[in-house]
Each structure stands twice: as C-alpha cells, then as structure tokens.
Write a protein that binds this ligand. Structure first.
Ligand code: TMP
Length: 216
C-alpha cells in the first residue's frame, strides 16, 4: 500500500513539452510507480484517448500540413477534449483514480495559440466555455532545447506527424511559450528534460511527494 501523508492528493497530472521531450517514457514510469504503490491509474493522451478522439487525432495530425487553420485545429482539439473529459477523465477522478495525460489543454494554448497565431486569450475563452475551470492539478513541462528534441524525434521509427515536420523556429516558439505560461500558475512545474531519464524520473517523483504527500 502507499504511504500517504495527510494531504489531499492531486490526481490529474498532465505532461507537456516539445517533441522528443520524453513525456511518454516518464508517464509510463510514473504510472507504473503509482500502480505498484496501490493506486488506480488511468492513462490518457491528447489528441486522442477515446475511439472518437483518436479519429480526431488522425484528422489533425495526418494529411497535408496547412489543410486546417490554427483556429480549426483548436476547435477540433476542444471537441475531442470535451468528450475525453466527459467520458474518461472525470469518471476516473470521481472514483479516486489518478489520471496521467500525455498533453492536455496547454498544448492548444501553446501550439494553436502562442505558436500558431490564435490569440491566447481566445484559446482561454474557449477553454472556459467548454471546460470551465477544469485543469490538471499538476502540469509537468518537459523542457528541452528545440534541436535536441527534434533529434530524438528523427531517430524514432514512426512516420513524422504534421507538427513534427515544421521548422526549428516553430519549436523554439513552443518552448518559449511553455516557459512563459509556466509563470502563470502554481500547477506548472518545469523539468529539465535534457537530463538522463533516471534523473528526470527522480525530479518528477520528488514533486509528487512534495505536492501530494505520496512517496514513490
Ligand atoms: P505527440 O502525441 O507526439 O505529442 O503529438 C501530438 C501533436 O499534436 C504534437 O505535435 C502537438 C500537437 N497538439 C496540438 O497542436 N494541439 C493540441 O491541443 C494537442 C493536444 C496536441
């Protein structure tokens, strides 16, 4: 069983960051550690996470770059997100599970907003309309220098999605935007994703302990 101090655990955790920042590896790792200590864990990813939202993922990520405007992408992302929250995330949190999400609303704020050209305040307004004040309890921003992240992406076996085909300046913009939004709320924690996976994992575990009291 887990050793929990008398703090109310923060259970909805999102992982954000540029391409190749190691989010997926760290989510798996944290999920396994939480499960080993007796917690129910639900993993999600965005865009996606339900059969219908995975169809939206395919619509947005595959096909010709530029066939959607950033505004259209934002609307598609929020359609999928609304359904994911309603059918997966909210019920999981309601029954006491931890939810670890590979990206969430901050990706829209950064990719379609700051880096994509939609006014970030308009993205925030849409968030309010669709999800009200619903946000993760902790958001890890996996910070990596744009070039280093892209090198990791290019060594993967999978085909590149349309965001991964953009030029380096787009990634520099997303990185700067993440660091900017990190200053706006306490839930953000910037992690140096250029370290070894073990060191990144240790940083994440120490934040979980500090913020939730759960020792992993
Ligand atoms: P990933 O699953 O490999 O991180 O790829 C998802 C891509 O989708 C990534 O390039 C970021 C992009 N994206 C957006 O542009 N807006 C969003 O709201 C989300 C969730 C992802």
């Amino acid at each position: 069983m887990s050793r929990t101090v008398a703090k109310s655990p923060a259970k909805f955790i999102s992982f954000e960051g540029g391409e190749g920042s190691g989010k997926t590896t760290q989510i798996k790792r944290l999920g396994e550690a939480l499960r080993t200590s007796g917690h129910e864990v639900v993993l999600a990813r965005e865009p996606g996470g339900t059969p219908e939202a995975e169809m939206v993922r395919d619509l947005v990520l595959n096909g010709d770059p530029g066939r959607w405007t950033a505004m259209e992408e934002m609307l598609l992302m929020y359609t999928a997100r609304s359904q994911l929250v309603r059918t997966v995330i909210s019920p999981a949190l309601a029954r006491g599970a931890w939810v670890l999400s590979d990206r969430f609303a901050d990706s829209t704020l950064v990719y379609q907003g700051y880096a994509g050209g939609v006014d970030p305040d308009e993205v925030r307004k849409l968030h309010k309309l669709v999800l009200g004040d619903f946000n993760p309890d902790i958001t890890f921003i996996m910070d990596i220098e744009a070039r280093g992240g892209m090198q990791r992406v290019h060594t993967r076996a999978e085909a590149l999605n349309q965001f991964e085909k953009r030029d380096e300046s787009f990634y520099e913009n997303t990185r700067a935007a993440y660091l900017e939004i990190a200053k706006t709320a306490e839930r953000y924690v910037v992690i140096d994703a250029g370290q070894s996976q073990d060191m990144v994992g240790a940083d994440i575990a120490s934040v979980i302990k500090e913020r939730t009291g759960v020792l992993l």
